[in-house]
Design a protein around this ligand. Structure first.
Ligand code: CDP
Ligand code: MG
Length: 133
C-alpha cells in the first residue's frame, strides 16, 4: 500500500552535514521525497510536534534540542512508507539500534538521534498537516 509519512532531519543531523546521506537512504529504498523544506523550529512548533511527550521528564531537553538549529522536514511517499521509514531510522533506544539503520550508524544518544519519522498513520497525517498543510 502506498503511504505518505513525515520525516525530519534533526538539528544534529543538519549540523553534522548528514542531509544528503540521510535522504539517499530513503531514496534507495524506493521512496520519494515529494515535499522538503529547511527551517528552524519555534518552541511552539516543537511543542506541537512532540505534544504527546508533554509532562515527561525529558520534555524540556527534547524541545531545547529540537530548536537548537535548522531542521529539514520532508514528506516521503512509498510502499508502506510509515513502517519502512521507521525501520530505516532505527530504534528509539540506543541499546536496541542495529548498524545499518540511521540512528544505529550515526547516534549513540537517546535524545540527539539525528532523525524523526512518524510512528503511525494518525501521527503521519497530523505531523504532515503541521508542516505542509
Ligand atoms: O523518535 P521516536 O519515535 O523513536 O521516539 P519517541 O519515544 O517518540 O520520542 C521522541 C523523541 O524524544 C526521541 O526521538 C528522542 O529525541 C526524545 N526522547 C528522549 O530524549 N528521552 C526519552 N526517554 C525518550 C525520547
Ligand atoms: Mg515517536
Amino acid at each position: 500500500m502506498i503511504e505518505e509519512t513525515f520525516v525530519m532531519i534533526k538539528p544534529d543531523g543538519v549540523k553534522r552535514g548528514l542531509i544528503g546521506e540521510i535522504i539517499s537512504r530513503f531514496e534507495r529504498k524506493l521512496m520519494s521525497i515529494t515535499e522538503l523544506r529547511m527551517l528552524t523550529l519555534t518552541r511552539e512548533l516543537a511543542e506541537e510536534l512532540y505534544a504527546e511527550h508533554k509532562g515527561r521528564d525529558y520534555f524540556e531537553k527534547l524541545i531545547n534540542y529540537s530548536i537548537s538549529g535548522p531542521v529539514v522536514v520532508m514528506k516521503i511517499v512509498g510502499e508502506n512508507a510509515i513502517m519502512n521509514c521507521r525501520i530505516l531510522v532505527g530504534d528509539t533506544y540506543p541499546e536496541k539500534r542495529v548498524p545499518g539503520s540511521i540512528r544505529g550508524d550515526f547516534s549513540p544518544y537517546l535524545t540527539e538521534n539525528v532523525v524523526h519519522a512518524s510512528s503511525s498513520k494518525e501521527d503521519a497525517e497530523r505531523e504532515l498537516r503541521i508542516f505542509f498543510g
